[in-house]
Structures are given as structure tokens and as C-alpha cells.
Design a protein around this ligand. Structure first.
Ligand code: NAD
Length: 416
């Protein structure tokens, strides 16, 4: 089989298939990632390098940098990014590039599965007609095409590919059976869905549900801060209700490749296909996008209480990644907090022990609190609460902290 894209979604899938006894070609066009795969060096927090080395040692895992190296595939799974364009529209360019590259390798009996998150209609209105036309194969008879959204949660040790039910769907009933059979053959617990649009919609619904609930708690957190109410205590208190409430906690905004992006696929498609504006979804996107500004305003207020303005201040930003214990910077609200502070003239130092690179663009990143001259810091903002941070040293130094994660306690800590 072939897995196109060896990222957060594709690499764990490829390794699971190797574990199940399949021969897998992992196609990865990023040269640094491809070379790392060949060396057996993992670039994902959830995949230990030993696991990669073991897969290479079986002789059944072959990393390649281009689909031209594929031969005799029975199954091809596409797991490439589906981002937004500059004007906030779905960008399926990388999926289309994969389809293009797959065409020469499609012959009767092959199963093609799209795992990349996308809007309803992509698989049956775009992918299937394109492959049918380019190959001359009949979908549902010669060629089986389906959609199976990934639910992987980077950094979550409890739920993995092996124990999270996976939706499977096909353009025809025969396609769905073929897709279902493939995933079951590698030990995945499958949940068949009637059509590809229903599966595409279900994935967007899952992430839109999270987005809207996070936005709700972030919006009322701003109210709570201004009113002098402890949002965290009230969320915990409401969470004691055994039905009808689900706890979501506030934060500095949302990041990663899913929550800030997927709901926009849904609202774009709704507007495009039936002219319906999904106002709640758009508002939720806006609330979360604005959240870094709220964090920075609280920080500026805290500086002002100490007689400082940003151009005179040295601010320590703790955590640059979007999520705890994960080195992923995509859409990270911390980057926006950094930009806002820098634009306001503040001197900003960043600590993040998890992200791999020592610098991100112009942002230099220190590995730990021990590298910071804490006596020189006017205010710290805890944006991402990685476990591997010496919080005790921060608090013991008496540095005022704006805590967006409710991780710290003490008289010098303002939790928002
Ligand atoms: N990260 C998550 O938690 C998550 C969860 C569920 C679904 N998804 C969805 O899965 C898809 C992939 O996300 P990801 O986080 O794995 O992205 P990623 O960026 O980690 O990995 C995708 C990889 O695909 C490679 N690629 C791009 N074009 C290629 C091509 N033509 N051929 C081969 N490789 C190519 C990229 O270089 C990259 O390494 C997205 O649609 C995303 O929304 C992600």
C-alpha cells in the first residue's frame, strides 16, 4: 500500500499497517522529513524513533519522496494538509497534486482513500469524477474510492489509531466495503457511514463542536475576568452536573491544523452550496482568533499596574507550541501573542522545551527557564503549559505571571 503524506496522520497509519504485516510505501515530499524517515529519526512527538527503526528493519516500510517510486499498489491513502488560502477558502491543492501523481498507478482493484479533512462533496464530486476520467476505470467496479476521516489527537496517550473508532465510507456500497475491509485488516475499529458526504460532514461537525464550545468559554472568560469572577471554578462547578454539560476550559486561542481551519471548510461549503451563512461558526472562529489580543490586553494592564508600558518592558513568553507537550507550531496563538507584544514595542523572550527548532522565523527560542535571567523579566505570560517547565523557579522568583492555563497559584499570578 501507499500512504501519501507522512505527517501527524500519515506516519502513524503507515506504521500501523506495517505492524499488521502489510508492505507500505510512505510518500513524503518534504525533503527534510523524507531524509529523517530514511535515517529512522522521527519528527513526531507521538512516534518514537525506535518504532520507525523497527518498521524499517522489517523491510516492509519504504519511505520515498515521490509517487513515481510506487509500484503495484492495492491501496493508496491520502493524508496531506488541507489548509486555507490567504482569503480563507479551502485549499485542496495538495490533495489534487496527490491525485495527479496517483493516476499512473491506478489499475482495476485499487482502493483510494482520502483521509485529509475536507468539505462534504469533495470525494464524490471532485475526487471520483477526476480519477474516473483520467484512468477510464469505473468507480465501484474497477476502482474503489472512499473517505475515512482521521481522529488522531496528537499528544493524547489514551486514544490512538488502535482504540479510536474510525468512520469509513465509499462513493458506492462496493467502495465502502473495500475501504472498510482495508481498515479492519490493519486492526482499526470501523464505523461505516452511508456516504462520503456524511463522513466528510461528520468530521467537520466534530471539530466545529469543539471550536464553538471553546469559543463560548473563551468569550465568557473575558466577561469573568472583567467582572472579577473565577471562570475556572465556575467551569468546574458546572461540570459537576452529570448530564447536559461538558467541560471546556478557556485558553489563549486555538491552534493546530484542525480546530482553527476545519469549521471554515464547513461554513464556506454551506455558503457556496445552499447560500446559508453559518453565523455561529463564523462568530466562534472570530472569538478564538481575537483571544490572543485579550491575553495581551491583560498583560498590558498588568504592566501598567506596575507603572510600565510595553516599550519599557521585558516579557517572558512561556510556550510557543499550540498545545501542551506537543512541538507543533501550526496556527499557534502564542505566535500571535508574540507578534502583538513585539508590535507594541516589548522585548520578548520565549521559552519552549518541546519544539525542535531553536528559532522560528525571527523568534529565538530558549529551552528552559534556567536560561532566562528572571530578575530582568517584568512579566511572564504562560501560554502553553508544557510539563517540562520549571514553574516553581518562575513563581519563586516572584515574576508576575498572566496564566492562560490555570497551571499556577500565588499572589503574583493572574489567571484568565
Ligand atoms: N494533525 C491532526 O491532529 C489531524 C487530525 C485529524 C485529521 N487531520 C487532517 O489530516 C490531514 C493531514 O494533517 P497532518 O497533521 O498529518 O499534516 P502534516 O503537515 O503533519 O503532514 C502532511 C504531510 O504531507 C506531505 N505532503 C504534502 N503534499 C504531498 C504530496 N503531494 N505527496 C506526499 N506528501 C505530501 C507534507 O510534506 C507533510 O509532511 C489534514 O487534512 C488534517 O486536517 C489532522
Amino acid at each position: 500500500m501507499a500512504v501519501l503524506g507522512q505527517g501527524y496522520v500519515g506516519l502513524p497509519l503507515a506504521l500501523a499497517a506495517v505492524d499488521a504485516g502489510l508492505s507500505v510505501t510512505g510518500v513524503e515530499v518534504d525533503p527534510r522529513r523524507h531524509e529523517a524517515l530514511l535515517r529512522g529519526q522521527s519528527y513526531l512527538d507521538d512516534v518514537p524513533s525506535e518504532r520507525l527503526v523497527a518498521a524499517l528493519a522489517t523491510g516492509r516500510y519504504r519511505p520515498v519522496d515521490d509517487c513515481v517510486h510506487l509500484s503495484d499498489i492495492d491501496v493508496a491513502v491520502i493524508t496531506v494538509p488541507t489548509p486555507l488560502t490567504r482569503d480563507d477558502q479551502p485549499d485542496l491543492g495538495q490533495v489534487l497534486a496527490c491525485l495527479d501523481a496517483l493516476v499512473p498507478h491506478l489499475r482495476p482493484g485499487v482502493v483510494v482513500v482520502l483521509e485529509s479533512t475536507t468539505y462534504p462533496g469533495t470525494t464524490d464530486e471532485l475526487v471520483a469524477p477526476m480519477l474516473a476520467e483520467r484512468t477510464g476505470l469505473v468507480v465501484g467496479r474497477d476502482l474503489h474510492i472512499g473517505f475515512s476521516p482521521e481522529r488522531i489527537d496528537p499528544g493524547n496517550p489514551t486514544f490512538t489509531l488502535g482504540n479510536t473508532p474510525k468512520l469509513v465510507s465509499g462513493v458506492t456500497a462496493a467502495c465502502r466495503s473495500a475501504v472498510d475491509e482495508f481498515y479492519r485488516s490493519i486492526g482499526v475499529l470501523t464505523v461505516p457511514v452511508s456516504g462520503t458526504r456524511e463522513a466528510e460532514f461528520a468530521k467537520l461537525l466534530e471539530n466545529t463542536f469543539r471550536l464553538v464550545n471553546i469559543a463560548l468559554v473563551n468569550e465568557v472568560a473575558e466577561y469573568a475576568h472583567r467582572r472579577g469572577l473565577d471562570i475556572w471554578e465556575s467551569v468546574r462547578a458546572a461540570g459537576t452536573k452529570p448530564f447536559g454539560f461538558m467541560q471546556f476550559v478557556p485558553g489563549p486561542g486555538v491552534g493546530g491544523h484542525c480546530i482553527p481551519i476545519d469549521p471554515r471548510y464547513l461554513s464556506w461549503e454551506s455558503q457556496r452550496s445552499v447560500g446559508l451563512e453559518l453565523g455561529l461558526v463564523e462568530h466562534a472562529l472570530g472569538v478564538n482568533r481575537r483571544r490572543p489580543e485579550v491575553v495581551v490586553q491583560v498583560a498590558v494592564d498588568e504592566l501598567a499596574r506596575r507603572g510600565l508600558v510595553p516599550p519599557d518592558a521585558h516579557v517572558l513568553l512561556v510556550g510557543l507550541a499550540y498545545k501542551k507537550n506537543v512541538g507543533d507550531l501550526r496556527e499557534s496563538p502564542s505566535l500571535r501573542v508574540h507578534a502583538l507584544l513585539t508590535d507594541a514595542g516589548a522585548r520578548v523572550t520565549v521559552v519552549d522545551p518541546v519544539i525542535a527548532a531553536p528559532a522560528h522565523g525571527d523568534v529565538r527560542v530558549l529551552r528552559g527557564i534556567a536560561e532566562v535571567e528572571l530578575g530582568d523579566v517584568d512579566l511572564a505570560i504562560l501560554v502553553t503549559d508544557h510539563d517540562d517547565i520549571d514553574y516553581a523557579a518562575l513563581v519563586a522568583a516572584g515574576v508576575p505571571v498572566v496564566d492562560t492555563r490555570n497551571r499556577l497559584t500565588g499572589t503574583s499570578v493572574v489567571t484568565i
